[in-house]
Ligand binder design. Structure first.
Ligand code: ADP
Length: 561
């Protein structure tokens, strides 16, 4: 701004000075021509007064020229023929009748003319007067050289240059002071805007009010944008950091553009350091070097994670996904298939073996009955196994609504159904059930649970042992099935709820079940949100306790347990 004002001022004053110089030169030139004309006129008058009657000779012309300070004197006849000249031989001169000053003199008696001379920057000023009449008279022409306008300007040029130099200095000084004075309000406004930090700025000058308003509007707009950006950034951070997946965007192991909290924890990353596994894990280092998208599985903090690397032009992305549940589910599925196959194989082999024996006639007629009985028993076990598996799987897809079930009544009915088995094993059975204990569930689910627990209490009891079923009411009803049976060792207590897990595998499919009963109980309790626990001492007995708490039901685990 200051520079612009300075430049404009300089330009205006330089152009002004140059124009003025040209104008003054022209003025001086005109004045000098006028002066010369006056001088020529007075010379002419002297001639007329003192030499008017003298013969027109070259001598006279020469002496007059000397008298008139070197002015050129030419005598001409009235038809324009030069008679004598103070500077050249008149006979060599051409006819002057057409010359401007001669023509004017012949018409009006006197005439002036200015013509360029041969020498650069000089002009001839001519003055011609007619003596006598136009036919018989003669003409006298006087001429003096004067500086041309250009010569005057050239003469003045050094002075003009000095003026210009002075002018520049003055302009610099004046413009400096003037701009400081003019720009002070603008500078004040600029400083106010810089210090405003979002506050409103004002100017006392009405001309600057629109700028102040603009600054205020921009400030407001900027504040909004900054606030929005901050909010976006906060949200981005929140989303990234609350993601259970780890994410890293990076250029190279030491140049991390973005990393969320999960990734920081899983990769043991501390700010400004290369991510350890990027350099220490050979397989990962190879993936990074190849630049090809790839995944690796790693165990971190006891869980399985997939590390998926993708690449684009500018950056690389690592997505860390917890695969523990997915892999456990896959393992569990494989285990389930293996277990089911195994459990089915035993009765099937037995059925097929006996059937082949009968077909080959290898069974004596008296033993046919017992063989048929074995085949029927194994078929029943097979059917029981299939039902248990279906039952177990059906729990996940059971979306039927719950209703209030009278658990006191249900426990009593279930216990009654087991009376023959209890008597068979000579077990002392006690039922302590509060009246009217209601639980929100479905009858068949509760029956499944109670049946499984009582059946195990009988199956794994000793001959002549005791079995207690206690149902307590209250806000959180409690069911306890306690026996004085074989008990479960501490290391097995954690596993008895797994599918197909049996403590003594030798009894599979014989006296015991297939290890699905407690898995079903656990699954049903988990779905309903009830607490299931076991207390047991090897050789002393076992107690299963279910607290029917009203806490929110959990979703089934991915591995199907
Ligand atoms: P199963 O059909 O084999 O009884 P469960 O899932 O009901 O399968 O039980 C799993 C295992 O837990 C059983 O094989 C048994 O070894 C053990 N178990 C279950 N209940 C009892 C109990 N009351 N006393 C001792 N062991 C038990």
């Amino acid at each position: 701004m200051r520079k612009r004002i300075l430049l404009v001022t300089l330009l205006v004053s330089v152009v002004g000075i140059l124009l003025l110089s040209v104008l003054f030169s022209d003025m001086f030139y005109r004045q000098s021509v006028q002066l010369v004309e006056g001088q020529l006129k007075s010379y002419m008058n002297i001639y007329a007064a003192e030499h008017g009657g003298d013969p027109l000779t070259a001598e006279l012309a020469l002496s007059l020229s000397e008298e008139f300070g070197g002015a050129r004197v030419t005598f001409l006849t009235s038809d324009g023929t030069p008679v004598a000249d103070s500077q050249t031989d008149a006979s060599q001169m051409e006819n002057h009748a057409a010359r401007e000053e001669v023509l004017a003199a012949l018409q009006t008696g006197e005439g002036y003319a200015v013509r360029e001379s041969a020498s650069v920057g000089r002009n001839w000023v001519y003055f011609c007067r007619l003596f006598g009449d136009a036919e018989a008279g003669f003409l006298v022409r006087l001429a003096i050289q004067a500086d041309s306008g250009l010569a005057i300007f050239a003469d003045a040029l050094p002075t003009v240059v000095w003026f210009l130099f002075l002018d520049i200095l003055i302009c610099l000084f004046v413009a400096w002071i003037a701009t400081a004075f003019i720009l002070r309000p603008v500078e004040k406004l600029t400083q106010a805007a810089a210090r405003s930090a979002g506050r409103e700025v004002h100017s006392d000058y009405p001309e600057l009010q629109p700028i102040a308003k603009m600054i205020n509007d921009m400030n407001a707009d900027l504040s909004d944008k900054v606030a929005k950006m901050k909010e976006d950034r906060r949200l981005e951070k929140l989303i990234l950091n609350s993601m259970e997946h780890g994410i890293v965007i990076f250029r190279d192991p030491a140049d991390i553009i973005l990393i969320n909290k999960t990734a920081m924890r899983l990769l043991d990353y501390e700010t400004n350091e290369p991510i350890p596994c990027f350099t220490q894990d050979r397989e990962i280092a190879q993936i990074l070097a190849s630049g090809e998208p790839a995944s690796v599985l790693r165990k971190i903090e006891g869980r399985d994670y997939s590390l998926r690397f993708t690449f684009n032009d500018r950056s690389r992305v690592l997505l860390i996904t917890d695969m523990t549940e997915t892999m456990a589910a896959a393992r569990s599925k494989n285990e389930l298939i293996a277990n089911v196959t195994h459990e089915m194989n035993t009765p099937l082999t037995s059925i097929r073996g006996f059937a082949e024996l009968i077909e080959a006639g290898g069974v004596p007629p008296e033993k046919l009955g017992s063989v048929a009985h074995t085949i029927i028993r194994q078929s029943d076990r097979l059917a029981h196994l299939i039902r248990s598996i279906i039952n177990f799987s059906a729990i996940d897809s059971d979306e039927l609504p719950d209703y209030e079930v009278d658990l006191s009544e249900l426990v009593r009915e279930a216990a009654a159904a087991f009376e023959p088995k209890i008597a068979q094993k000579n077990i002392a059975f006690t039922l302590e059930a509060d009246e009217g204990v209601k639980v929100l569930s479905r009858r068949e689910r509760l029956l499944e649970i109670v049946n499984n627990l009582i059946s195990n209490g009988i199956r794994y009891n000793k001959e002549g042992g005791s079995l207690l079923v206690r149902l307590q009411g209250g806000p959180e009803p409690m069911l306890c099935v306690r026996d004085t049976g074989v008990g479960i060792s501490p290391e097995n207590q954690g596993r008895i709820f797994d599918r197909f897990y049996t403590v003594d595998r030798s009894h599979n499919g014989v006296g015991g079940g297939f290890g699905l009963g407690l898995a079903i109980v656990k699954k049903l309790c988990r779905r309903a949100g009830w607490e299931l626990s076991v207390e047991s001492e090897l050789g002393q007995g076992t107690a299963f306790v279910i607290r029917f708490c009203a806490k929110k039901a959990e979703t089934p685990a991915k591995d199907g347990t």
